[in-house]
Design a protein around this ligand. Structure first.
Ligand code: M6R
Length: 612
């Protein structure tokens, strides 16, 4: 979604902001722009397309300024074009604004401004907001900060904004509700950004602005108030994020880097939490909750996309190991359904970014109904991690590729640890099983490494399917969510239509699609449904479907039946998703690269979906 970068200090603002916007490119966008303020006044440059197009636009301009605001826009109101791109001037050209989010009541405000003579250049809700602020400023003859505050009291919707006023050089006013905004605090300089990645090159000291807060930075420093005008103490934290973690490190794409990071990210996720030798699981963030979780009447996972698939894996894990009734909900459905939440229910949000608008709203709803809310998040300090009662970070490190890979395996790792720990506390698994699971888990990173060594083999198979128009992914049990995830990965980065199904469900419809042009990916590892999956493979082969199968090391039967088999190491059945998903990630990646797709920033997609 939209990305915000703003700066005030002593450095040249333009190159710093452009570099920051590039660091936010992974979030997904369709246009970019920058506003700079100097002795010549307030100037805005914006362009449809990539930040590189904006750079080309301003290449021959003199842009000396030490204050500026920049934006990458993911279109909501109005098509992606130069005019709708941010920043937006106010009507009187005194103010410039960048905005992430949606102003829901923009239409009513716009009508009243039109009656007062305001004219609009763009179709955006953002231009309405900046004119609304300007109108208040004129009528009340007040400061920008005050005008922003009064305007936001009238606004319905979500926002992270930064406003620059031509008449107050050296000052930026920012506010947030529902969309993330981080303030970097340097020596006599301040940064604003949608996440910490554009900031860490300059300072590791940051403040995460809270909902309904307004921040003003100027030569007097940083001042934060809430919408009721009460002062707030800025809580400065140190971000533990190194620059190399957000760079490609020699890989062609972030997605490939992140797939290859999985042995390390899974190990990082288990570090200090799993001790197989001493038969211990320690989840610090849930120290006071595991015993309560063991008594839970019901667990509801709320999530979107890949994180929802991780939730489905979690459902199998908690039901199988801890014998707890689990439901997995799309956050967007849950939040609008007046869900029944009873005492003893645990609502667990799963989110890489921790900023997904629907997941956040689902949690807020559950909280308002008195539920205990937990979070499984990757981004430290994110909104979800801050509103939950307790939670576990996945520690996968920054995930820049839009297609989630290492975040998924880290989520599944956390959910597995949680399920095993809960089962142990509840007494639904015996000591032998508990110990065996811990040893098997500890071996997962090395097994993922073994699978990654097959990358060339998977690349060769991918070549043969580069021009397929459709794909079906099938699996059973814990591998059904993996089939869904395999299909999602392929469709989002290659734009090939792909469906994931439980293998047994094929006969209830999708089998009609099978012919010699239909590639079918089976997850056919040696587990309790192996024989049944073998039958499903036969049904596809009988209809001439082309089958790629993910099989267990040493498999003979499936290998004889299928067109291509990718062998993976054996592990305990409940840990299989951590392995079976990896070849599917590579398959999608190579097919997308061979089709010439923009793998890290697929069209229309945003890394962090901060609007509903
Ligand atoms: O940050 P979140 O985990 O909450 O994001 C949820 C989805 O938007 C995300 O998983 C999306 O489906 C990815 N593009 C999947 O690769």
């Amino acid at each position: 979604m939209c990305g915000i970068v703003a700066y005030v200090g002593n450095r040249e603002a333009a190159p710093l902001i452009l570099k920051g916007l590039k660091r936010l490119e992974y979030r997904g966008y369709d246009s970019a722009g920058i506003a700079l303020l100097n002795g010549d006044g307030l100037k805005i440059y914006k362009k449809k397309g990539k930040v590189a197009d904006l750079e080309a636009l301003i290449a021959d301009k003199v842009l000396h300024a030490t204050i500026g605001i920049g934006h990458t826009r993911w279109a909501t109101h109005g098509e992606p074009n130069d005019v709708n791109a941010h920043p937006h001037y106010s009507f009187g050209k005194r103010l410039a604004i960048i905005h992430n989010g949606i102003i829901e009541n923009y239409s009513t405000i716009k009508q009243s401004l039109i009656k007062k003579g305001y004219e609009f250049q763009s179709q955006t809700d953002t231009e309405v907001l900046v004119n609304f602020i300007e109108d208040i400023q004129k009528n009340k003859n007040c400061s920008t900060e005050e005008a922003v505050r009064l305007a936001l009291q009238e606004v319905v919707g979500a926002y992270a904004i930064v406003v620059m006023d031509a008449e107050t050089p050296g000052q930026l006013v920012a506010a947030r509700k529902g969309s993330p905004l981080v303030i970097g605090v340097g020596e006599n300089e301040f940064f604003f950004a949608s996440d910490a990645t554009p900031i860490i090159e300059y300072t590791k000291d940051v403040v995460y602005l809270n909902d309904y807060e307004i921040a003003v930075v100027n030569d007097e420093g940083l001042n934060i108030k809430n919408l009721e005008n009460q002062e707030k103490d800025p809580f400065i934290q140190t971000v533990e994020l190194e620059l190399e973690a957000i760079e490609k490190g020699g890989y062609d794409h972030f997605m490939l880097k992140e797939i290859f990071e999985q042995p390390r990210s899974i190990a990082d996720c288990m570090r200090g939490r799993l001790n197989a030798d001493e038969a211990l699981i320690l989840l610090g963030g849930l120290r006071n909750h595991i015993d309560k979780l063991a008594k839970a009447k019901r667990i509801v996972f709320v999530a979107c996309g890949t994180s929802w698939h991780a939730g489905l894996v979690g459902e199998y894990l908690f039901e199988e190991l801890a014998r707890i009734n689990v439901e997995v909900e799309y956050a967007s459905e849950f939040r609008y359904r007046n869900p029944i939440i009873k005492e003893g229910d645990f609502i667990i949000a799963i989110s890489q970014s921790g900023e997904t608008a629907d997941t956040l709203a689902a949690l807020e709803l559950a909280k308002s109904k008195g539920a205990v809310i937990l979070g499984v998040c990757n981004v430290v300090g994110s909104s979800i991690s801050r509103i939950t009662d307790a939670g576990v970070y996945t520690h996968a490190g920054p995930e820049i590729g839009v297609a989630s890979t290492k975040a998924f395996t880290a989520q599944v790792t956390v959910l597995t640890l949680m399920a095993i720990a809960t089962a142990k506390a509840k007494g639904t698994i015996n000591e032998d099983t508990f110990r065996r699971l811990l040893f098997e888990m500890a071996a997962i990173p090395q097994k993922v490494e073994q699978i990654l060594q097959k990358a060339e083999e998977i690349k060769d198979i991918s070549k043969l399917f580069t021009f397929a128009s459709n794909f079906i992914f099938l699996g059973r049990g814990l591998n059904f969510p993996v089939a869904l995830e395999g299909a999602l990965k392929l469709k989002e980065i290659s734009y090939i239509h792909a469906e994931g199904y439980p293998a047994a469900e094929m006969k209830h419809g999708p089998i009609a699609l099978i012919d010699e042009d239909m590639p079918v990916v089976f997850i056919a590892t040696k587990d309790s449904s192996y024989e049944k999956v073998v039958s499903n493979i036969q049904e596809v082969k009988a209809r001439k479907g082309r089958v790629i199968a993910i099989v267990s090391e040493g498999d003979v039967d499936v290998k004889k039946m299928v067109d291509f088999a990718i062998e993976i190491p054996n592990t305990h059945e409940i840990l299989m998703p951590l392995l079976t998903v990896v070849p599917l990630q590579l398959l999608s990646y190579y097919i997308a690269v061979m089709r010439g797709r923009n793998v890290d920033q697929p069209r229309n997609l945003a890394k962090s979906v901060t609007v509903e």
